[in-house]
Design a binder for this molecule. Structure first.
Ligand SMILES: Cc1cc2nc3c(=O)[nH]c(=O)nc-3n(C[C@H](O)[C@H](O)[C@H](O)COP(=O)(O)OP(=O)(O)OC[C@H]3O[C@@H](n4cnc5c(N)ncnc54)[C@H](O)[C@@H]3O)c2cc1C
Ligand code: SF4
Ligand code: SF4
Ligand code: SF4
Length: 374
């Protein structure tokens, strides 16, 4: 087998890598910093399992329940240390209370990896959104081995959940999957470059990085970095060069511009996101610390949501109220021709210059009027 799929469609979900009976597939970084499967032709026996397992090649329509909620954690501290309303930690606590395993993304030594935790004190490693692609490593094989004895909660992007479900083939009572409303993922290389520049500027090694620091508010969140010399750098996300590049859609994985795993094709039990339009629809319920949009996709998801009701505040709402402020749930990021030029410039320019050149500019009122007349 020469390749599993065309490169631009591959999400890097690792299902093919995990299923290969000959270990003929390695996940290798391309020049943009995204992991892709590479087949060792010497080892490959042309069994075709990798293509049969790839969730992009075998996309199917998944009819979901689409029961929607506005929700947040009852504990203020849980909300403040989470990206949205702290619903992930409520679910994770339930699984850990039942001696289960929680698998999610942790930033360790500036590398984002999926790790497994069994203790509540490790939950902080998983909490919070990290805006780059996470390396799944051998998570899928680990899950398969441990499902027999334990409840497992897997949290990831919709394509990662689709990959896991495809790899496992059949439903397992012990597995709960939560995915996120997903705008797309920038490459790990972009984040590494950004951190390198921060470290040079601060003349110290990075200790922690928080993409959703809420000390400036939930909607007006900041990025926060702490360094080994005890220095702290914080900047509103709207002014932060890394976040500006992420949200300008020039640095996303190619598959994110034609994502197969939006609403209508969900493989998870529950989908979590920010309830961005909350003030417009439910002004009285607005929580300054953060509110989650929760979409229940399956019966298993509904049962789990019922189990965590004691830990959270929730109100049933309409799907349209969520999608109105959150188009990422239903459609992919718009492809921009600037992407190719961006990655050519990536090795030549620093992040500040890249941000100046490629970030979406806010149009002023004069430009808006000009555009209207045009
Ligand atoms: C790359 C990315 C893009 C997103 N885009 C949107 C969007 O457009 N609109 C929207 O409403 N919400 C988006 N989200 C989801 C949102 O930011 C919150 O993660 C979600 O609402 C859960 O919040 P919480 O407070 O319940 O949990 P949190 O405590 O914030 O937990 C977040 C969970 O996500 C997992 N996670 C974090 N980063 C990654 C990653 N890179 N890959 C896989 N898993 C990860 C963590 O392990 C943890 O389980 C995005 C998240 C990510 C990671
Ligand atoms: S065809 Fe079979 S052996 Fe070859 S890479 Fe795919 S899964 Fe592995
Ligand atoms: S989408 Fe997943 S299964 Fe398909 S080729 Fe890419 S890594 Fe392999
Ligand atoms: S936008 Fe789609 S392809 Fe991209 S990371 Fe999210 S789920 Fe995966």
């Amino acid at each position: 087998m020469e390749k599993v799929i065309e490169k631009e469609n591959c999400t890097g979900c690792t299902a093919c890598y995990s299923i290969c009976p000959k270990n003929a597939i390695q996940m290798k970084k391309d020049k943009e910093g995204f992991l892709h499967p590479e087949i060792d032709q010497e080892k490959c026996i042309n069994c075709g399992l990798c293509q049969k397992t790839c969730p992009v090649l075998n996309t199917k329509e998944n009819k979901a329940r689409n029961q929607c909620y506005l929700a947040y954690n009852k504990k203020e501290q849980e909300i403040l240390t989470s990206s949205s309303g702290g619903i992930f930690s409520a679910i994770a606590n339930y699984i850990l209370n039942h001696e289960g395993i929680v698998i999610g993304a942790a930033l360790l030594d500036q590398k984002l990896k999926h790790i497994a935790i069994t203790k509540k004190e490790d939950l902080t490693k998983l909490k919070g959104s990290k805006y780059l692609q996470s390396d799944l490593g051998n998570s899928f094989r680990y899950i398969k081995e441990n499902l027999k004895n334990k409840k497992i909660l897997f949290v990831g992007t919709p394509c990662q959940v689709a990959g896991l479900k495809s790899f496992l083939k059949k439903e397992d009572e012990n597995l709960i999957c939560v995915d996120l409303i997903c705008h797309g993922v920038p490459s790990s290389k972009l984040f590494e470059e950004y951190i390198k520049e921060l470290e040079i500027r601060e003349n110290a090694k990075l200790k922690t990085y928080n993409f959703r620091d809420k000390s400036t508010g939930w909607i007006t969140y900041s990025n926060e970095a702490t360094f080994e010399n005890k220095k702290r750098f914080t900047q509103l996300a709207k002014d932060n060069d890394y976040m500006k590049l992420f949200l300008s859609d020039v640095a996303l994985r190619e598959s994110c511009y034609q994502c197969h795993f939006k609403l209508g094709n969900k493989y998870s039990d529950i989908t979590l996101g920010d309830f961005w339009g909350v003030k417009e629809h439910y002004e009285k319920l607005y929580n300054d610390n953060g509110s989650s949009a929760v979409i229940i996709n399956t019966k298993k998801g509904e049962e789990l949501f019922h189990e965590i009701k004691e830990q959270i505040i929730s109100y049933e709402c309409q799907l349209e109220e969520i999608t109105k402020g959150n188009s990422s749930l239903i459609k992919s990021a718009e492809f921009t021709k600037k992407r190719e030029k961006f990655f050519q410039d990536f090795s030549k320019l620093d992040i500040t210059k890249l941000s100046k050149k490629y970030s979406k500019k806010k149009r002023n009122w004069k430009a808006r009027i000009k555009r209207l007349f045009k």
